[in-house]
Design a binder for this molecule. Sequence first.
Ligand code: DMJ
Length: 578
Amino acid sequence: MSLRKFIGTWMFVFLVISPAIFNPCTAHLDPRWAAKKKHMREKVRKMFYHAYDNYLTYAFPHDELKPLTKSFTDSLSELGNLKREYLPQDYSGSALTLIESLSSLVILGNDTEFERAVLWLSENLTFDVDARINLFECNIRVLGGLVSAHMLATDSTNRLVRGAYENQLLLLAEDLGKRFLPAFDTPTGLPYAWINLKYGVMVNETTETSTSGCGSLILEMGALSRLTGDPTYESAALRALRRLWSMRSSLNLLGTTLDVVTGEWIEYSSGIGAGVDSFYEYLLKAHVLFGNEEFWRMFHSAYLAAQKYFRHGPWYHEADMKTGKATYWQLTSLQAFWPGLQVLVGDIAAANSSHREFFHVWERFGVLPERYLLDHQMLHPTEKYYPLRPELAESTFYLYQATKDSWYLEVGESIVDSLNLYTKVEGGYASIRDVTTMELEDHQHSFFLAETCKYLYLLYDDSFLVGRNFIFTTEGHPLPVLSDWHERLPQTYIPANWTFAQSGKQARRASSMSLQVCPATNLNAGGHGDRQVESACHICDAHTDHRCFTDEECGVDSTTCRRRSCSMAGYCGLWLFI
Ligand code: DMJ
């Protein structure tokens, strides 16, 4: 069989679930970079606090900082790139940036400030306000921020003074989740994009929403259900996701916008960027978080279709969901998350080549412009802005985790330098209105603290992740992967001839399954102190960079419990035959 036919016949998807993100196997340091990493970590820490402190000084408790005028904006009502219709008198902000900063504070090791923020929110935050909010944005930023912070506040690390925390963030999250529910009361189960927190869906509310808007709710609402024991939230999000998936074309493609009442597509063209991006992300991450095969099957089909119809070399264009024909040849800043997702899939080679192209564009302009017309080789005439987006930093972090290639540390350095050179002002970090002139705009988005700074910090210091399994929401809020949230215990694929000694070199082959502790699934991390880590069955790859020559050098995937094998590109992962 020719190689071409071989590849055509046996298309492989290679699932890694980056081991360094989810397990303790890859705690290794490149000695040449050790000092540099420390230096960069401190540089990023300073960035975070420059943004955070200025927010506290000039904007808190309002939503976001205006760093040029050192003032604030109550932007929760404005989120979603749609025009705010009105800002009610009684709406005084929801401390959005504080909520978004909670998990970053933990990752930076500032437990004191985390506690202070948690207690302030516990006492002061209310959602009983006459505010029309975007469901998607409020879900990923506020609900996700609260649920993640609640889980961090109640994990075994005791970062809060004993007795100070009595699940207040979870109660707030539950209150918010209840206010989301009227949005799902449609004939299709697809939620309205906008709701009023106090009064529910407004009369004459728009029935148009995006694919992300109804397909990226399952992590936060699912987590809320698991934490409260009330299945309503997860059921609503799942029903919407299933309905959305049922609307795919015969090519397994979805459009970008749709009507929640009729269930008809409005925009048939789609890609991996705005309006669709986190839909793909949540299918895979929901599979990781909840262990549900249904999510994996959806993701698998959707991912293959995206690679088939949108990809052109390292670039991604848009295509018509019915015909698969290319529509818009545009690179958008939001697309830069895709290589990070591909790392979770294990498609490292494709991730690396796309990431390089995004970075070239970054280098050319100094930052990533919102939209670049690939067919005309020019910037989009109006979308020339860069609002401090995290996506390139996010992918850089994932690729470094997967490969340990120090080149990604250099990419991170270049991102940090550009941010400090072009966007740092006395009052914080400002968005760029026009990348050709570097004219600034008076807005420091909350995701700069939730994601951009967080991923840059984790690139240089991932100690928060060592020995623990986390999945990051699309807004960068970590959720622990817990075996008791998994729908069913996975089957183990450990080959019979492996030995499971717990000492010496062979300790690598030990897993909680092999140690017969499944289904309790608590495995002592060994070599990382006494911390107990969640691991259903995980076995490390033989090499920390996951490179391999033979299958024998590959371990067992930590979340699916499937035996990993060696790809043609020489990386361990899960390969699926289709
Ligand atoms: C963030 O709010 C999230 O990452 C979202 O999924 C899309 N992008 C913005 C930041 O660019």
